[in-house]
Design a protein around this ligand. Structure first.
Ligand code: ADP
Ligand code: ZN
Length: 217
C-alpha cells in the first residue's frame, strides 16, 4: 500500500509517517529530510536547495522528482509494506511526475490522507519545536519539554537542534506556498477518488488511529 500524507507545514506529517513506519513497517520518503541531508552533505543538490529552503520557498520540481525517483529505484533498501510520501508531491507537476514514477515501476497510490489543521495553530507549533540531535525525538518549548530539563527523554543526550526554517517569517512563507501551490493538488486526487481526511487538531495518537482506520478500510 502506498500513501501520500498531505497537509500544511506543522500538520504532523513527519510524526505520523514515523508512527506508521514503526507500526506497519512502511517506508517514509520525505523530500524535506532528503534535502536537509543534501544540505548537510553540501552536495550539488544541497548547495542549490539551501537558500530556497531557508526562505521557505519550494525547490524546483525536477530536483525533488529526481530524489524520489532515485529512492524508488533502490528497492533493495526497502523491505517495507509500502511507501509513505511525506512532503511530496507539493505541486501539480510533482503529482503528475509521481504518477509516472510509480506507473513506470508497476506501482500505484492507494490513498491521499489530508491532515487538516487550524492555520493559527501552525505557526505556534512550528516556531516552538526542536528535536534531539542524537536520536531525533521531538520536543516543544510550550507543549512537550524533556522530563528532566535539557536531557532527551529517549536517549539522555543534552544536544538539541532546531530547523533553520522554523522561524516565524519563513513559516509564513511556507504556509503561503502551501496555500498557493500544494492545496490546489487536492482536486487532482479527489477526481481519482483517493482523498481521505483526518482531524490534525486531535491528539497525536488519535490522528494516528484515524489514519490506520483508513488504511484498514
Ligand atoms: P514542512 O512540511 O515542515 O514545511 P519539509 O521538511 O517537508 O517541511 O520541507 C522543508 C522545505 O524543503 C520546504 O519548505 C521546501 O523548501 C523544501 N521541500 C521539501 N519537499 C519539497 C517538494 N516536494 N517540493 C519542493 N520543495 C520541497
Ligand atoms: Zn535523544
Amino acid at each position: 500500500m502506498n500513501i501520500i500524507l498531505l497537509g500544511p507545514p506543522g500538520a504532523g506529517k513527519g510524526t505520523q509517517a514515523q508512527r506508521l513506519t514503526s507500526r506497519r513497517s512502511m517506508v517514509q520518503l520525505s523530500t524535506g529530510d532528503m534535502l536537509r541531508e543534501a544540505v548537510k552533505a553540501a552536495s550539488p543538490v544541497g548547495l542549490r536547495a539551501k537558500a530556497i529552503m531557508e526562505a521557505g520557498e519550494l525547490v524546483p520540481d525536477e530536483v525533488v522528482d529526481e530524489l524520489i525517483g532515485n529512492r524508488l529505484d533502490q528497492p533493495e533498501r526497502y523491505s517495507g509494506s509500502g511507501f509513505i510520501f511525506d512532503g511530496y508531491p507539493r505541486t501539480e507537476a510533482q503529482a503528475k511526475s509521481l504518477d509516472r514514477l510509480l506507473g513506470d515501476r508497476g506501482m500505484k497510490l492507494d490513498y491521499v490522507v489530508e491532515i487538516e489543521v487550524d492555520e493559527e495553530a501552525l505557526v505556534d507549533r512550528i516556531t516552538g519545536r526542536f528535536t534531539c540531535a542524537k536520536c531525533g525525538a521531538g520536543y516543544h518549548d510550550r507543549y512537550k519539554l524533556p522530563k528532566v530539563p535539557e536531557l532527551c527523554d529517549v536517549c539522555g543526550s543534552d544536544q538539541f537542534k532546531r530547523r533553520p526554517d522554523d522561524n516565524e517569517q519563513t513559516v509564513r512563507t511556507r504556509l503561503a506556498e502551501y496555500r498557493a501551490k500544494t492545496a490546489p493538488i487536492l482536486p487532482y486526487y479527489e477526481a481519482k477518488g483517493l482523498v481521505r481526511r483526518v482531524d490534525g487538531m486531535a491528539p497525536m495518537d488519535e490522528v494516528g488511529a484515524s489514519i490506520e482506520a483508513i488504511l484498514d478500510s
